[in-house]
Design a protein around this ligand. Sequence first.
Ligand code: HEC
Ligand code: HEC
Length: 263
Amino acid sequence: MLPVPRSGKPSKRDWPADAVAGLIVLVAVLLAFGAAIAGFFLGRDTKHPKATTTAAASTSAKVDPQVAAGGHIFVQFACAQCHGDQGRGGVSSVVPALTNVGSQLTPAQLRHIINHGLGESANPKRPYMPVWGAVISDTQVSDLISYIRAGLPAVPTATPPPVPEGQGAAVKGGVLYVTYGCINCHGPNGLGGVPNPESPDKTVPPLSGLDFRKQFNTDAKVADVIRSGSVLGKAPIVSMPHWGGIIPPDRLNALVAYLKTLK
Ligand code: HEC
Ligand code: HEC
């Protein structure tokens, strides 16, 4: 049988145990203090094995906070969905791996590419590097650059949310809406309103509401624009990325199903 937990008041039996524990802590503190003093004097003529301890620390889970932030942003802004996990490529033959750009490009060049995009946004047949400038902050870009220049290491928990299977297309699409970073540009629940100052209506359009439903009144029309992307206004401008060849057909259908559940 499990012992019934006792309430707050310490019983008589607890006192000696507490006293012993207190004594142990006191002894430990004194020992640590003594060791620190001894270490201080010894350290003057013996070399500390500092190099080995820091090397050991960096191979464990510890990651520089800025690099870690960059690793998370790399997932949140779907860089990983186009350029592969940790930028290792393998998603599409027209999206390069990023493993060497940290040494090939300067931080200023990387910043320019992330803010202004790269490639042919007008070509509906192939993906281009989206323009992120209006939706990403300078700090976030700096973090991304640190992450890329650190060699795109594995960052614990910097992974997209698991994709639910067998729970219906709309449920799956709702998660993919985050995985592919749609949410960064179109807002939660497809509400839109994210500033896009260079565009004619100054915001990224909503994926909900009457106007959207009128214009995109069939599944095929919605799927088409996700596949091909769309640039409204003068490039480079924050525009709809080309996802053809990046988002597999079943996932594309799930996204369409999710959008239909919105207001
Ligand atoms: C929709 C897919 C897509 C997404 C999302 C995406 N990229 Fe790209 N990216 C591309 C394509 C395609 C290119 C190649 C463009 C070209 O050269 O024509 C590219 C090029 C680049 C380059 C230049 C590589 C080189 O070798 O010159 C960098 C750096 C880069 N992307 C970083 C990022 C970062 C950081 C993110 C996340 C904020 C990101 N990309 C998100 C598709 C994408
Ligand atoms: C980099 C920002 C960005 C990202 C990421 C993005 N979009 Fe877009 N999207 C836009 C912009 C800007 C437009 C308007 C383009 C235009 O009208 O030419 C647009 C247009 C659309 C449209 C057509 C709506 C209309 O009124 O023109 C749909 C549908 C859409 N996006 C779905 C998605 C989905 C699904 C995702 C994720 C897989 C996604 N978008 C990711 C910026 C983005």
